[in-house]
Design a protein around this ligand. Structure first.
Ligand code: G1P
Length: 289
């Protein structure tokens, strides 16, 4: 078996256009789902999958993400003095261990492929995970851990996918499979945002990947694709000419938190799944309907 997956890249530089003005001064991935920022859940998912080093690709004005994962000495002192140990533990849960997190400025919004390429020197010569944090996933076993399980079985590159809602394949990267048998299938192709009617399947790339470092050489010279952006999907399609790719249909539910309805659905679903507030949340939602 190949090298262990130890590092994850989290591109967070997006403008959050669909959740403005909320995302104007608060990066969209720091918006709350119930009482935790989206990134808090995604970092917990990464740690549950055995990730030892998180690399955030940020944009201007997002220094606050780095602050979120640092200690807040005054706050922690106050919570400790007041005996609020539960909240203190929750605040500290997200603080990075020394050396666990790196932050890289993307400098220019040239697309997802370019964001990932910015991590090349920090990744070096080993397989790595990519997590698109605005795709928040609820699952019994951490979705990235499911991808690592698949990687340990078949090696190569793994892309987590799921069926797209009817008529929405043109919004995503879509994969083509050799044949569909169970949840883990060898891929034969992929395309970014295919015009409706041309999609090779209904399975969309839902935001968790395990990739081999050879992707960086391809990204280095990758031209612009769909939407005038340097697309990760195009680089992966290039890498597929020399390496294996498998698509994994993971077990769980995805919430697109870059979108207002997705963010709302996530808030409702995560509140209903929280033992401490589920009853109150259900009653509040019922009363509104
Ligand atoms: C990106 C990827 C796309 C994927 C999607 C999931 O697109 O390029 O392949 O399906 O994320 O959210 P974006 O949403 O950045 O346009």
């Amino acid at each position: 078996m190949g090298k262990k997956v130890r590092k994850a890249v989290l591109p967070v530089a997006g403008l959050g256009t669909r959740v403005l003005p909320g995302a104007k001064t608060t990066p969209k991935n720091l918006l709350n789902v119930v009482d935790r920022p989206i990134l808090s859940y995604v970092v917990a998912e990464a740690r549950a999958a055995g990730i030892e080093h998180l690399i955030f690709i940020t944009g201007r004005g997002q220094g606050v993400i780095e602050d979120y994962f640092d200690h807040h000495v005054e706050l922690e002192t106050q919570l400790a003095a007041k005996g609020k140990t539960d909240i203190l533990a929750q605040v500290r849960r997200d603080v990075g261990q020394p050396g666990e997190m790196s932050f890289i400025r993307q400098m220019a919004p040239l697309g997802l492929g370019h964001a990932i390429w910015c991590a090349r020197d920090v990744i070096g010569d080993e397989p790595f995970a990519v997590m698109l944090p605005d795709m928040l996933m609820a699952a019994k076993r951490a979705p990235l851990a499911q991808a690592v399980d698949a990687y340990e079985k078949v090696g190569g590159n793994i892309i987590v996918v799921e069926p797209a809602p009817e008529g929405e394949t043109h919004k995503y990267g879509i994969v083509a499979l050799e044949k569909q048998d169970g949840r883990l299938n060898r891929m034969t192709g992929m395309v970014e945002k295919p015009p409706l009617g041309t999609e090779p399947s209904n399975l969309f790339i839902s935001g968790r990947y395990i990739l081999q470092p050879e992707i960086f050489g391809i990204l280095q010279t990758q031209g612009r694709g769909a939407g005038g952006e340097i697309q990760l999907t195009d680089a992966m399609a290039g890498l597929m000419t020399t390496q294996d790719f498998h698509a994994l249909e993971y077990e769980g539910t995805t919430f697109d938190c870059g979108d207002k309805i997705g963010l709302l659905r996530a808030n409702v679903a995560f509140a209903l799944a929280r033992p401490d507030i589920a009853d109150e949340a259900r009653a509040a939602i019922k009363a509104l309907l």
